[in-house]
Design a protein around this ligand. Structure first.
Ligand code: PEP
Ligand code: CO
Length: 475
């Protein structure tokens, strides 16, 4: 294999990159970024890698979540605090049910670049560059706004630093107290057929925390300093390259723009620029895997990205969709087993389940998301393995972008608070309910032993949630 450098990707075809009309401006922005201090440290990156290795061995579970795309305008205290709060609360539910450690990873502090299906967007006869995320241009359909501006790379780095600074401060300052169910917004629970079970789970969590606090004579926020890690799609290769460096006393090159970058589905060509870049960085990395990937592509990706079979190095984030997961997942598990390389298996039940409503909005159904997770847990278990993590698009705010959940949000509700500029996210209540249901599944699998029919994940709300078919093709 040819020699790797932080710029060797430039000799390959790089998909999904903006076209800048002033190359020297790009050079200046990249040079500026390369001088700025890193956002994360190699110590944290290695610490995460060892935790992911634990998850690969079945001793820990990965919870990854956040916006489809962050925006510069939403770099605000309430948005960030709410996102952290929901992820912490979900993680506590999962710790409680799975009886194992949970690794918390936010899709934040850098999730600013988006892949698009077309370079150009046409409206009323006018053609402009597509919006590629705030790292590249801005959403407004105006020539000036859509022009890719390289200095946005520096602004994206700065917004990431502000986000991370606030998150680190909240966590150090005991915000982890929001673990306490006293701070949870649980009104939705009463709307679910599982109300009493949800109440029991939340009460049991509160009891455990109080027991621990009594035992230790201190507040949980003081005993349990939680770790929080960042991740984003490593799409914009100049941005990623600029923060990739060597550090004293360690071998290799670290991408210090984030702890845990992943390669998106659209840029996962084994011969393309993204895989070339990712193969050389020392971070733990993820790769999205879709139903259309053939055996050869999956095999090559795993072999190129983790040739030394390093524990914790490679996570496969499967996004197959509820309709394909039962056919495709067993095949993919077999292909990876054939390489002899170990990976962490994570399920992204969002991206294979996007549908359009009759009014043309992108949505996802709570029950489709659950259905894909349910099948994934079972299929891994039936093949003697384990689903080691979940990856959600979510927000801590009360948006209405996905349908279903305890409150039975419908297509009509989407008009009320649809704020995503790209993909639809679970809102606070839907995300917490999802964690309760995943936790329930994990504890049933944990206690279920072998030889029994696996428990089914469902909301038990038949009748309240409309059938997924309704949304197929926007019908
Ligand atoms: C995403 O995670 O927002 C995304 C674009 O996913 P995928 O690459 O799986 O389509
Ligand atoms: Co998305």
């Amino acid at each position: 294999m040819s020699k790797w450098t932080p710029t060797s990707w430039q000799d390959r075809e790089a998909l999904q990159q903006p076209r800048y009309d002033e190359p020297e401006e790009l050079e200046r922005a990249v040079a500026e970024l390369a001088e700025l201090p890193p956002l994360v440290t190699s110590f944290e990156v290695e610490h995460l890698k060892s935790q992911l290795a634990d998850a690969q061995r079945g001793e820990s579970f990965l919870l990854q979540g956040g916006d489809c795309a962050e925006s510069f305008a939403e770099c605000t205290s309430s948005t960030i605090a709410n996102k952290l709060k929901i992820l912490l609360q979900m993680s506590l539910v999962l710790v409680h049910s799975s009886k194992c450690k949970v690794i918390r990873v936010g899709r934040f502090a850098g999730q600013y670049a988006k892949p698009r299906s077309s370079d150009l967007e046409k409206r009323d006869g006018q053609e402009l560059p597509s919006y590629r995320g705030d790292l590249v241009n801005s959403l407004e359909f105006e020539p000036g706004s859509r022009r890719p501006d390289p200095f946005r790379l520096v602004r994206g780095y700065e917004k990431s630093a502000l986000t991370l600074n606030f998150i680190r401060g909240l966590i150090d300052g005991g915000f982890a107290d929001l673990h306490h169910p006293e701070y949870w917004d649980l009104d939705f629970v009463d709307h679910s057929p599982h109300a009493s079970e949800y109440q029991r789970m939340v009460e049991a969590i509160g009891d455990s925390l109080r027991f621990m606090e009594t035992l230790a004579g201190t507040h949980v926020g003081d005993i349990d300093r939680v770790d929080f890690f960042t991740s984003h799609e490593g799409l914009h290769l100049h941005y990623e390259q600029a923060q990739t460096r060597q550090v004293p006393h360690r071998d290799g090159w670290y991408n210090l723009a984030t702890h845990y970058p992943w390669v998106g589905l659209r840029t996962a060509d084994p011969d393309g620029a993204h895989i070339e870049f990712f193969r050389g960085i020392a971070n733990p990395i993820g790769i999205k895997v879709g139903a259309a990937m053939d055996d050869q592509q999956i095999r090559r990706l795993v072999e190129i990205l983790n040739p030394q079979n390093e524990p914790g190095r490679l996570t496969l984030i499967l996004r197959l969709g509820v309709e394909k997961v039962r056919d495709e997942l067993p095949r993919i598990i077999d292909v990876v087993a054939g390489t002899g390389i170990d990976v962490l298996w994570c399920c992204d039940p969002m991206h294979g389940n996007t549908r359009s409503t009759s009014s043309g909005r992108k949505t996802r159904m709570f029950d489709d998301i659950l259905g894909e997770l349910d099948a994934s847990f079972d299929i891994h278990a039936s093949k003697g393995g384990r689903l080691g993590g979940v990856h959600f698009e979510l927000t801590g705010d009360n948006v209405t972008e996905c349908v279903g959940g305890a409150r039975g949000l419908s297509e009509v509700d989407l008009e009320r608070a649809y704020r995503s500029q790209v993909d639809p996210r679970l809102n606070y209540e839907q995300a917490l309910e999802m964690a309760l249901l995943v936790g329930r599944k994990m504890s049933q699998l944990h206690h279920g032993g072998t030889g029994r029919r696996p428990p089914r994940l469902d909301t038990g709300s038949a009748g309240e949630v409309s059938s997924p078919r309704r949304y197929v093709g926007g019908a």
